[in-house]
Design a protein around this ligand. Structure first.
Ligand SMILES: Nc1ncnc2c1ncn2[C@@H]1O[C@H](COP(=O)(O)OP(=O)(O)O)[C@@H](O)[C@H]1O
Ligand SMILES: [Mg+2]
Length: 236
């Protein structure tokens, strides 16, 4: 058996942080586990990531954006996720198809039925076994992201500046991308979209309040993952 876990939630809710902690824990406990993220996770998908999240592309059509995310996902599923699941491993994915429904669907107003068809085409219908939703008020999450971006900017300033090197800009940073920069109402629609999807499928989703200490949340996620581990063979 294998296990496919995805992390979803508003910007800055701690998805990437918690996914890393969970991966470290599972690895130390002897489980075969990989952590990957969307968009990205393969050289081709990372190239698409740079394109789709780059803040300079203000003219990108919602349909183009949707198809680029789907393309990155198709490559990740085919090259990484499915092969690892077939080996019996655990795959943790920082965002997956639900991000498309939340962002391009609820956020940008693309038709949800069409998005489901595109997603099925891109993934071959692969669904997570469980999805952790880390919930946080939108403004609070964006605040965390802005701080992360500013800390990153500060830490990447050269003590002795070389004038010919470009200064890091938000679009070049991992911590503030084209989607993060969207208006607050967009992020509210995204969060409400998630809540609507959760209400419609409570089997797969597990919801966590992300406005708590990092360690406390990690402990809650570890407890939530335990029941799924019984079918996974450890490496030792
Ligand atoms: N529980 C927490 N409390 C306070 N800050 C947090 C917490 N979890 C993560 N952070 C910080 O918030 C920022 C965004 O976290 P990140 O994991 O990148 O969020 P996401 O991947 O959901 O956008 C980071 O600077 C991170 O260190
Ligand atoms: Mg993240």
């Amino acid at each position: 058996m294998s296990l496919f876990i995805t992390f979803e939630g508003p910007e800055g809710s701690g998805k990437s942080t918690q996914a890393r902690y969970l991966k470290d824990y599972l690895q130390q406990a002897g489980y075969p586990v990989i952590l990957t993220r969307e968009p990205g996770g393969t050289p081709i998908s990372d190239a698409v990531r740079r394109l789709v999240l780059d803040g300079q592309w203000t003219a990108m059509e919602p349909t183009t954006e949707t198809l680029l995310f789907a393309a990155a996902r198709a490559q990740l599923v085919g090259e990484v996720i499915l092969p690892y699941l077939k080996l019996g491993g655990i795959v943790l994915c920082d965002r997956y198809a639900d991000s498309t429904f939340a962002h391009q669907g609820y956020g940008l107003g693309r038709n949800l039925t069409e998005l489901r068809e595109i997603t099925r085409f891109a993934t071959g219908g692969l669904q997570p076994d469980v999805t952790f939703f880390l919930d946080l008020p939108v403004e609070q999450g964006l605040q965390r992201k802005r701080k992360q971006r500013d800390d990153f900017r500060e830490s990447s300033q050269l003590a002795l500046p070389l004038p010919h090197l470009p200064q890091p800009t938000p679009s070049q940073s991992e911590h503030w991308n084209r989607l993060d920069a969207r208006e607050i109402a967009y992020h509210e629609r995204v969060r409400n979209g998630y809540l609507e999807m959760i209400a419609a499928d409570q089997q797969r989703w597990q919801v966590f309040d992300a406005d708590i200490e990092r360690e406390t949340l990690t402990a809650q996620l570890l407890a939530a993952v335990q029941p799924y581990l019984s079918t996974i063979k450890t490496l030792s």
